[in-house]
Structure formats: structure tokens, C-alpha cells
Design a binder for this molecule. Structure first.
Ligand SMILES: [Zn+2]
Length: 427
């Protein structure tokens, strides 16, 4: 039986909350899957969990073995033969290590796509899948070589403060990438067209949602993505920054959801837009990166001092340390996952609340619409209705569907004595 969702700062009284919690405890789940789909959803959830944790364990173990076998030293020697200049040696050491990393991550990616095909979540054939993999590997190489060469130059320039200099360098890079992603990177993988070009009537409806929130999102900032070439699930998201900021709706959403459900899905995305979740996310990750680099600095310094000789690592700023750095980055990223996901679940909940509030007055029953929107998506995504609590805490970027639906079903801030969290009553 699922634990009732926590109500956060919503304006439901304690008695009503207790009543709703008891009701949720004894009531049937809001999103019920047919038995065959339920069995598939549970099996898929097991696959995802196994792939994530086993994939991480494999990556960490393989990198640890490579470090122990002095691979860093061997690659640094090859690089030294190309040029005596450390800056140019990076053109050999960085791509070699990045290719090793891609190769180590490939088995989990292959199994993941095979499972997605088997459960009908993906319809992308293997040839286009490999083409996408190749494109993302080339992008990783280009960006990774540039960033790693800057990092190692900073390590040599300032052995004690490189973590701070590198942070100062990466913050604007992250902002720039967030700005450029929808303009340069995303179109490499999917086609985007203004939603108004194919669905002007829907855009009119969405404009009503925007107006209800006291907002004018220009129609040319709402895009339709041709997700149906690759996947069956529905989705929408906000991306970009400043001039590139936009709302993207997958074309699959138009097949899976009714008009009212689409209005909620759009309202949720508008919530991310209005509540400035992209700048907040950037600020959160900038703070996390500072901490991350500081820990990496101390661990690298200590490990190279104590084990450098046996692992063939001369100094932190030498290219021979790159394997160790990637190993530490993999471990730290894994440990940071629940922190990032807790932040993500919080802003997703805020967007849910906003979305439900902003469709009030536009759809007959905002609570029912929100619940049915979650349930429609859960069926196509084969969401496990009762995910393991630990797995949910560690890996879920959104609250579970059941938790979102339970909250939506009892959240009605328009009742007398209650107050909407984001919209004013006069809206
Ligand atoms: Zn969202």
C-alpha cells in the first residue's frame, strides 16, 4: 500500500488532509492499469532499476580496474610521443579516455534500447538508433576535449585553486549550453516546428491558458516535436534561456491526451516557464558543481599522493590522472543523483500545482482533468504504480504518477477558505 503523498504548503486544513490521507490509504489506486499492462509495467520497472544500478556498478568497477592497471600512464606516454606540450597531449589523452567511457556505457545503452523496443516504448529501428548514438558521441568528444583541456591547463596553472577556477569557467559554459541546446543540439536529433503551423486551433486554446496565468507566451515560442518517429510515450517540456526559451510539446501527446488533458500538460510546462525553473535549476547545479569540484580536488590530491606511484600517476595535473578523475566523477555523480532528483521532484510538484490552478475556469473539473492526464501518460509510459520507495528517492526526477494523481485529486484551492498557491482568486 502506498504512503499518502505529503501535502507541502498547500492550503488544505489538517483535518481535511488527515481525511484525504486515510481515504487514499483505503481507496483503490487512481490510475489502474489492465492486468497485462500492470505486469509489463512492473517488469519494465525492474529492468530500469537493474540497468541503472548495475550499469553504474559496471562503469565504476571497469574504471577502477583500468586505473589499477596503470592505463592512465600508458595513454599519457602515447600522448607524450605526439608532442612534448601538455596542451597538445590533451588532443590524444582526452578523446581516448572519452571513447573508453562511451564504450563502457554502451552495453547498458544497448540493453536499454532493446528493452524499450520489447515493451513498445520505442519504435526506433537500430540504424537510426546507432546514428543518434554516433552523433551524441561526436558531440561529447568535441565538448569533452575542449573542457578537459581547459581543466588540465588550470590544474597545472593553479594546483591548489584549480577547482575554483574551473567552476568559474564552467558556470558560463553551462548557461551558454542551456541557451544553445534548443537551437543547435536538439535539432540534430528531432524535428521541431511551430505548433501554430499545424495546430492553430490548439494554439488558440493554449493562449487561453497563458492569458489565465496573466502571461503572453508568443505562439512562435511553442513548438511541436516529431517524437512519434522514435517513441510512443507523451511528453512536453520547457527548454532554453532568454531568447531561446520555449515550450515543446511532443506530437505523441496529441494522440494520447484529450484536449483538456493537453491544456493541463501545457499548464504544467507554463508553470516551469513562469516560476523560472530553468534559472533556478542552473543556480542549483552551479552550487552543486562548486561542492563537487572541491571534493574532487581533495580526493584527487590525496589519492595521487598515496597511490600515485602504484597507479602510474605522476601528478594531478598530468594527463595520466584522467582515468582516476573520470572514476571519481562517476562515483560523485551517482551519489549526487538523489540530491538532484529531490530538487527536480520539488519543482515538478510546483509545476503540477500551477498547472492545475491555471486550468481552473477553462476545463469543467481541474482535479479530474489533472488526474486523467497523469493516468493517460502512465498507461503509455507503463509507469509502475507502486515503485520501490528507495528507487523512487534515488532515481525519479518526478514524483511517482500515483503520488501526483493522489495530490491532484484532493487539491482544490478554490473551495471557500482556501487559497491558490500561485494564482490569485481574481484570475
Ligand atoms: Zn515538468
Amino acid at each position: 500500500m502506498r504512503r499518502p503523498a505529503v501535502c507541502g504548503s498547500c492550503s488544505i486544513s489538517s483535518a481535511a488532509r488527515l481525511g484525504a490521507a486515510l481515504l487514499a490509504f483505503v481507496a483503490k489506486p487512481l490510475c489502474t492499469l489492465p492486468p497485462a499492462k500492470l505486469a509489463q509495467a512492473i517488469a519494465l520497472s525492474h529492468w530500469r532499476t537493474a540497468l541503472y544500478f548495475a550499469g553504474t556498478a559496471w562503469l565504476v568497477l571497469a574504471l577502477a580496474v583500468l586505473v589499477r592497471l596503470r592505463t592512465g600512464s600508458a595513454i599519457a606516454k602515447v600522448a607524450a610521443r605526439v608532442s612534448p606540450r601538455a596542451w597538445l597531449q590533451g588532443l590524444v589523452a582526452a578523446p581516448l579516455w572519452l571513447l573508453i567511457l562511451s564504450a563502457l556505457e554502451l552495453p547498458a545503452a544497448l540493453i536499454g534500447h532493446h528493452v524499450s523496443l520489447r515493451y513498445g516504448l520505442s519504435i526506433e529501428k537500430w540504424t537510426p538508433w546507432w546514428s543518434d548514438w554516433l552523433k551524441s558521441t561526436v558531440l561529447t568528444l568535441l565538448l569533452g576535449i575542449f573542457i578537459l583541456r581547459v581543466l588540465y591547463a588550470l590544474m597545472r596553472y593553479s594546483p591548489r585553486r584549480w577547482w575554483l577556477w574551473f567552476w568559474i569557467f564552467t558556470v558560463p559554459v553551462e548557461v551558454l549550453l542551456t541557451f544553445a541546446a534548443p537551437l543547435v543540439i536538439d535539432p540534430l536529433f528531432n524535428h521541431f516546428a511551430p505548433l501554430a503551423a499545424t495546430n492553430p486551433v490548439l494554439v488558440d486554446q493554449l493562449e487561453r491558458v497563458a492569458a489565465r496565468g496573466g502571461l503572453r507566451i508568443p505562439p512562435n515560442r511553442i513548438f511541436l516535436m516529431d517524437a512519434s518517429r522514435k517513441v510512443t510515450g507523451a511528453n512536453a517540456y520547457v527548454t532554453g534561456l532568454g531568447g531561446s526559451k520555449r515550450i515543446v510539446v511532443w506530437d505523441t501527446t496529441l494522440r494520447v491526451e484529450s484536449l483538456n488533458e493537453i491544456l493541463f500538460t501545457y499548464g504544467h510546462e507554463q508553470g516551469h516557464y513562469v516560476l523560472n525553473h530553468i534559472p533556478k535549476g542552473l543556480a542549483f547545479s552551479a552550487a552543486a558543481f562548486l561542492f563537487f569540484y572541491w571534493i574532487a580536488f581533495h580526493l584527487m590530491q590525496r589519492l595521487v599522493r598515496t597511490h600515485g606511484q602504484s597507479w602510474g600517476i605522476d601528478a594531478v595535473g598530468n594527463w595520466s590522472s584522467l582515468g582516476l578523475l573520470l572514476l571519481l566523477a562517476s562515483i560523485l555523480s551517482f551519489l549526487a543523483e538523489p540530491v538532484a532528483n529531490t530538487f527536480s521532484r520539488d519543482i515538478e510538484h510546483q509545476a503540477d500545482v500551477y498547472g492545475q490552478e491555471v486550468i481552473h475556469g477553462l476545463v469543467p473539473d481541474p482535479q479530474a482533468t489533472t488526474v486523467s492526464s497523469f493516468c493517460a501518460d502512465a498507461i503509455v509510459w507503463l509507469d509502475d504504480p507502486h515503485p520501490n520507495r528507495f528507487v523512487e528517492f534515488w532515481t525519479y526526477s518526478h514524483p511517482s504518477t500515483e503520488e501526483r494523481a493522489e495530490f491532484a485529486a484532493r487539491y482544490d484551492p478554490w473551495l471557500p477558505g482556501r487559497k491558490p498557491r500561485y494564482l490569485t482568486r481574481s484570475n
